[in-house]
Design a protein around this ligand. Structure first.
Ligand code: ZN
Ligand code: ZN
Length: 155
């Protein structure tokens, strides 16, 4: 899993934009090594409000020539396991990733092609969360909602 960065950390030309320190601190606290790949992935996810597919990530500048798909996939799995990114979608190839932010979005996933679309409406589950909290005594109730269907392209 070791990943050799071709540049010295301070002089990296690829990383025009640094991921926010808070995000890197969270990764460090989660025991993730601060590799070039980690910074690059965080930077891409940070810039995109929509979920990014693993295919797009592996084709991105600074990732494509720099690591093999298995390394990228393992990093994403670790980020997901540590609760730093959320995985959306179906099978491995069609998996999409997005940073966990202060607020969340809900999505609809195409059963055919694996495309992910943002649900552009008020969260339908907020009332349900309160109800779940009330009935179970749980605090900080959260949800991840994915609808499934067939997208207009595949219809
Ligand atoms: Zn589709
Ligand atoms: Zn929601």
């Amino acid at each position: 899993m070791a990943h050799a960065h071709p540049h010295a950390e301070a002089s990296c030309k690829i990383c025009a934009e640094e991921p926010p320190a808070a995000l890197l601190a969270a990764c460090r606290a989660a025991g993730l090594r601060r590799t070039h790949l980690l910074r690059r992935v965080l930077e891409i996810l940070q810039r995109q409000s929509a979920p990014v597919s693993i295919r797009e990530l592996s084709a991105a500048r600074g990732v494509r020539d720099d690591c093999d798909p298995a390394t990228l996939y393992r990093l994403l799995q670790r980020l997901e396991a540590k609760g730093l990114v959320r995985r959306i979608g179906l099978h491995e190839r069609a998996a999409h990733y997005t940073l966990r932010r202060g607020h969340h979005h809900d999505y609809v996933v195409c059963r055919e092609c694996g495309d992910v679309a943002l649900l552009d409406m008020a969260c339908p589950a907020q009332k349900l969360e309160r109800e779940v909290g009330r009935r179970t005594g749980f605090k900080d109730v959260d949800h991840e909602l994915q609808f499934y269907g067939v997208c207009p392209k595949c219809k």
